[in-house]
Write a protein that binds this ligand. Structure first.
Ligand SMILES: Cc1cc2nc3c(=O)[nH]c(=O)nc-3n(C[C@H](O)[C@H](O)[C@H](O)COP(=O)(O)OP(=O)(O)OC[C@H]3O[C@@H](n4cnc5c(N)ncnc54)[C@H](O)[C@@H]3O)c2cc1C
Length: 466
């Protein structure tokens, strides 16, 4: 993924704003730049775009949207900003968090009003760490549908999207100004395309074991649940260009991906009162602290697996999530009429499991404190028949990346702006702080859609000479 010297290089074809990657970020950027009257082109590695946006739960947080107002939800940018900053223990770019929270309603309103994305408020489930129901999703609550409507909007605007077009190299001059890119097709043929501004919307490095080993060794051997095309290209180019890279050890994990089915359980299986045991029938953590940090708690168990135990009431709430429906359809969730049957499914000693379940019930009744600090008093105790699924910890997506300003412009280590390079979504540094515990649900698509729109607008202004 080299950066090639642009000295003396001329391009037969040139587009004012080039975008690498056709996920939520690339599409948002393209729509925004096009709306400002600038010619745009998206270059996408895959024949059919299927990045993380399409694998996601498709839920976009925003505070104070028209949809929320119509649904009677009072939400304010300060609520979203504080949720983001609290989850990251204040160790993120707090100014950017405030800015994104303030912009979030404008982004969702724009996607709905101008581009007819069929979004609705998710008001029946509040994600951990959200003090208000911030989420917006398309009807199926599945990212594949969200990406489809994004791509439809791009097509409706007549924006040029080249697929099967992996960008292998950038051309830059000595000042760091990007002059163009090289696309290397599957058959080895190359095409060089010039640009006045480049937006990197090609996500992080979750699919690149070598980079994971270097930056996040703790998760390198865990299951990767994201798109394998996330090879860290933006970060590699950024490094060569002398850009500032931040929080490369940060990621969103998930503590309940079913095995061997590799589909994630809906997290209400935990938030509604479910919990996890290991192969000894023992709990090992506060499962409700967050699904991201729970990944490593599960990885640390014997055989790197655990079992999520819940009941029909929890299951009903979790069934609002597309992936939970898939878990059900594919037989990843089993039913046990009593503790003995549950222990047989798990393969753990029945007396140990019985003790674990009695301990949880005693905590819920307020008779003792939970040894892991979880509060079980807010939900009804689990009732037979029980639901159970064998799960593993997984990596969903990396959160570190190129440091950007409020317009998505990439920064150098000394804080100065790169001349014409922008980044958003998983290619940019997220708002999750330095580690596994700072990811607030929805932060991924929040940064993809908002930084995408802001970068698209700013890149268009830049090339128009504003
Ligand atoms: C299972 C799962 C569930 C999730 N659920 C949610 C959720 O409900 N809410 C939320 O906010 N976030 C969620 N996320 C995170 C969210 O999906 C991502 O943060 C978001 O989709 C990132 O968008 P993006 O446009 O940056 O990247 P992507 O959608 O991954 O798009 C990047 C595109 O760039 C292309 N590309 C990469 N390299 C090149 C190259 N060199 N040349 C050309 N193209 C290239 C890729 O093929 C891809 O199409 C989830 C993630 C996973 C894995």
């Amino acid at each position: 993924m080299p950066v090639l010297d642009a000295q003396g290089k001329t391009f037969d074809v040139s587009v004012p704003v080039l975008i690498v990657g056709a996920g939520a970020c690339g599409c948002s950027a393209a729509l925004a730049a096009h709306e400002k009257g600038v010619e745009v082109m998206i270059l996408e590695r895959d024949e059919t775009p299927r990045g993380n946006t399409s694998l996601s739960g498709g839920q976009i947080p925003a505070a104070g949207t028209k949809l929320q107002k119509a649904a009677g939800i009072t939400d304010r940018p300060e609520d979203l900003a504080n949720d983001l900053i609290d989850k990251a223990h204040g160790e993120c770019d707090t100014e950017l968090a405030w800015h994104i929270a303030r912009e979030s309603a404008r982004t969702v309103d724009w996607l709905v009003d101008n581009h007819k994305l069929p979004l609705e408020c998710v008001s029946d489930f509040r994600y951990p760490g959200h003090r208000v129901t911030h989420m917006h999703a398309s009807p199926s609550r599945f990212g594949a549908e969200l990406l489809t409507v994004f791509l439809q909007a791009v097509e409706n605007q007549g924006i040029n999207l080249a697929t099967a077009a992996p960008v292998s190299d950038l051309y830059a001059d000595r000042s760091g100004r990007v002059r163009g890119v090289r696309v290397t097709r599957k058959d080895g043929k190359t095409e060089d395309i010039g640009c006045d501004a480049l937006i990197l919307a090609c996500n992080g490095f979750g699919g690149n074991k070598e980079m994971l080993r270097k930056y996040i060794p703790e998760i390198v051997d865990a299951h990767y649940h994201g798109h394998t095309g996330n090879q860290g290209d933006a970060i590699k180019w950024g490094e060569e260009l002398g850009c500032s890279l931040k929080d490369l050890g940060s990621y969103q994990g998930h503590g309940a991906v079913t095995t061997p089915h590799t589909i994630h359980l809906g997290w209400p299986s935990i938030t509604e009162g479910g919990y996890q045991v290991n192969s000894l029938g023992k709990r090992f953590s506060n499962e409700n602290a967050g699904y991201s940090e729970q990944a490593m708690n599960v990885v640390a168990q014997p055989g790197h697996v655990a079992w999520t135990i819940f009941d029909e009431r929890c299951d009903e709430v979790a069934m609002q999530m597309h992936s939970h429906v898939l878990c059900t359809e594919q037989g990843a969730i089993k039913t046990a009429k009593d503790v003995k049957e549950l222990a047989a499914i798990i393969g753990c000693p029945a007396d140990a499991l019985e003790k674990t379940m009695q301990d949880v019930a005693a905590v819920a009744r307020g008779e003792k404190k939970d040894e892991f600090g979880r509060d079980f008093s807010t939900k009804p105790p689990l009732k037979a028949p029980f639901k159970v699924a064998k799960i593993m910890g997984a990596l969903f997506h990396t959160q570190g990346g190129l440091e950007v300003d409020k317009t998505g412009r990439v920064l150098r280590a000394d804080g100065s702006q790169m001349p014409n390079l922008f980044a958003g979504g998983g290619a940019a540094r997220g708002l999750s702080g330095p580690s596994r515990w700072g990811y607030l649900s929805g932060s991924g698509l929040l940064m993809a859609t908002n930084l995408g729109r802001l970068a698209g607008e700013a890149a268009a202004d830049l090339v128009k000479g504003k």
